[in-house]
Design a protein around this ligand. Structure first.
Ligand SMILES: Nc1nc2c(ncn2[C@@H]2O[C@H](COP(=O)(O)OP(=O)(O)OP(=O)(O)O)[C@@H](O)[C@H]2O)c(=O)[nH]1
Ligand SMILES: [Mg+2]
Length: 253
């Protein structure tokens, strides 16, 4: 299984890569490989078996090409495509039951460029790739926030075309009441509809309800949004189970 952690900047992709790997090794006795595909980071909380920073880093690109951070990101996306064969060879030579891939925080430089679909396609020919889309719980307190945040998940799923599980990370930061509220919204379409209306968005209420209609279908198909915490390890077993189930669900899709 190849698990790609994708999500907005700071949502906890690197932390989840580390804690999910640790959990799989300890609880399942699995062999796990970890991959860093983020050329912009200076630190990763796991020991990478392959690290894109061996090929290039954002810092080096900024320096050598006299670019700002965003220009360097774009250049890095081009370089990822240029080095694709080398990256794919490295990934396919990893000898582990499961490989976890940490992706760049600037997800547009990865998901919406050519490298990600090509990496996913290549992984599909050697194993089972799956995306874990990471939402930050602290940004999803209201019903509307939850819908806005997961819109990017839908875009990612459409773009990459593989089973996608959405996790709500950092739930350790929520009170029990707040977590319960989110769980109710996620699992109960009527509660979500009611919450959207109560949030009083005026003319935007219809837009939010329409988007919810789409998300509601996607969430039903992919079961749920799973609450997890990379910090405490909460939800790791459920994530493992969902990763395995996702392939059956995808078949139904
Ligand atoms: N409380 C809490 N903090 C978390 C959790 N997961 C990540 N963090 C914190 O959130 C911040 C960002 O975590 P990262 O794992 O670097 O997130 P990322 O998505 O890899 O970030 P970028 O690669 O920069 O986009 C760090 O300060 C982490 O310690 C969690 O489950 N709970
Ligand atoms: Mg990261």
């Amino acid at each position: 299984m190849y698990v790609l952690f994708v999500g907005m900047a700071g949502s906890g992709k690197s932390s989840l890569t580390a804690s999910f790997a640790e959990w799989m090794m300890e609880a399942m006795g699995a062999t796990v490989g970890c991959v860093n595909l983020d050329p912009g980071c200076t630190y990763v909380p796991f020991k990478p078996d392959f690290d894109i920073r061996k090929l290039f880093t954002i810092g080096e690109i900024m320096e050598s090409e006299r670019l700002g951070p965003n220009g360097a990101m774009i250049r890095a996306a081009e370089l990822m495509e240029k080095h694709l064969e080398e990256i794919l060879n490295a990934l396919s030579s990893l000898k582990a039951e499961h490989v976890l891939l940490d992706t760049p925080g600037q997800m547009e430089m990865f998901v919406f460029r050519e490298a990600a679909p090509r990496i996913v396609e290549a992984l599909g020919s050697i194993g089972r790739p799956i995306v874990v889309y990471v939402l930050d719980a602290s940004l999803a307190r209201r019903a509307t926030d939850l819908i806005v945040a997961s819109t990017l998940m839908v875009a990612t799923q459409l773009r990459l075309g593989i089973p996608t599980i959405t996790v709500l990370n950092k739930v350790d930061m929520l009170s029990e009441v707040a977590l319960k509220k989110i769980e109710t919204l996620i699992s109960n379409p009527k509660a979500m509809e009611k919450a959207i209306i109560e949030e009083g968005l005026g003319a935007m209420t219809d837009l939010a309800l329409g988007l919810w209609g789409i998300h509601g279908k996607v969430w039903k198909a992919s079961s749920l949004i799973l609450p997890v915490s990379a910090k405490t390890g909460y939800g790791m077993e459920a994530l493992y189970d969902l990763c395995h189930e996702a392939f059956c669900v995808c078949g139904e899709l």
